[in-house]
Write a protein that binds this ligand. Sequence first.
Ligand SMILES: [Zn+2]
Length: 486
Amino acid sequence: MPRVVVIGIDGASPELLAEYADLGVMPNYARLKAEGCSGVLTSTIHPNTPQAWTTLFTGVDASRHGIFDFRRFDLSQRTFHYSHSGHRLAPMVWELPGVRELRSLVVNLPLTYPATSINGLMLTGMNTPSMEELTWPPEAYRDVLALEPDYRIDTLWRTYRNAEEHCLAALRMAEARARLLERLFSRESYDLSIGVFTATDRMQHLYWHRRHDPRDIVARIHGVIDAFLGRLAEQLGRTGDLLLLVSDHGFTDLEADFYPNNLLRSLNLLKFQGDPHSIHASAQVRRGFEFLDWDRTPVYAYGFFGSLYLNHLMLTPKSRNNLRDDLIGLLREGYLDTGLSAIWAKEDLFEDPASTVVPEVLLIPRHYRAMARDGSEFLSPALYDSPSLPYTGTHAPEGLYLAWGKGVPPSTTALDAQDVAPLVLRALSVAKPSLLHGCDRKGGFDETVLPCRGSYPTEATQYFSKEHRTAELDHIGESLRGLGYL
Ligand SMILES: [Zn+2]
């Protein structure tokens, strides 16, 4: 039975990697692409890291897996809570029958903290507060640090004195992650391994405008990953195992920050207590909704990219639906192509319209070359304004897919985020649960491998949980602030 190694590159853009292949920055990637199956992996709407990675490895959309954004707003308490693995309502691919009997390794996949039980080893990803809380089994962190003492979970840019120090830390983080993955691979041969590089995303947000310079940080980090891919392919080539390369989203130029609450204000749907001019100038209001008049605000926006939620404490179910439909009509008439490139109702995109995790209305600002920024909802009185942070890159919907190994002829494909978990199951010869709707036939690998392991509940009630597993973890906010997100 072939083993499967999935390498995730956060924010890897197929266009940029093709350019790096041509420039000689990524010679190994160039070879793998020429020999294997590759194409665009379309991210989720929105193409945000928590939602996209969770969709990739559950095989279901955010209305079923329960992770949409970095934060969720609790209207009755009027507080924000940070998303974490305890909010996940669908099993990850390594938790499914047929896979959980196999040995799995998961390294630095975003939104896996707090670590959950795994038949193998898990190192949780971003927002993990300390090395002592890094692993499952819990005591394994000592062993991990003994294998690679320079291992880092993330680089929080606000903790570095200057840009040079931050770039160097990101480069060292990528190098240490590559070393640790290689040491873990050579110590035990896992049936399924998932390892994610995140330095790409962190540096591309800041230095996307310098990506064409092969000596600059974005290219150098891709060079580190490429050298790792070369060594990995050599090893997998000998054992006949399968390599999959995926990204949660691509990258593009950031042109502006987007302020959807100002759109709602102009439509008279969002009201402040007090003078709105002083509120925009207030640093406090960046972090919360404390200045909103909740008795007169039926619609509000928060989070990344462009997400509108309805005030269910103020509206009856019937008036909610009417308001929502009227609002979509109004926006499509007045703003489509003049400020917004798409406007979606949640049932246009998500399977479970009863989910309260996904927004009621999703706005796509300027083909994702602009973004609403969580924590900065009221920083400007305009609909679009220049970026509030020194960022030049943002997430694009076009992510990356590549499959390489025995039984993968040179070919091209196009995949959606929900196809990845079914493909991993197919590669491991495990039957796909009928509740996963992604396609397991577009990965480019041997069609003659037949699913033979695993048996699944066919009822959604047995497959999806209704309850979160752990309490809120508010210290996660410190990590997100350190990354510059809040
Ligand atoms: Zn990402």
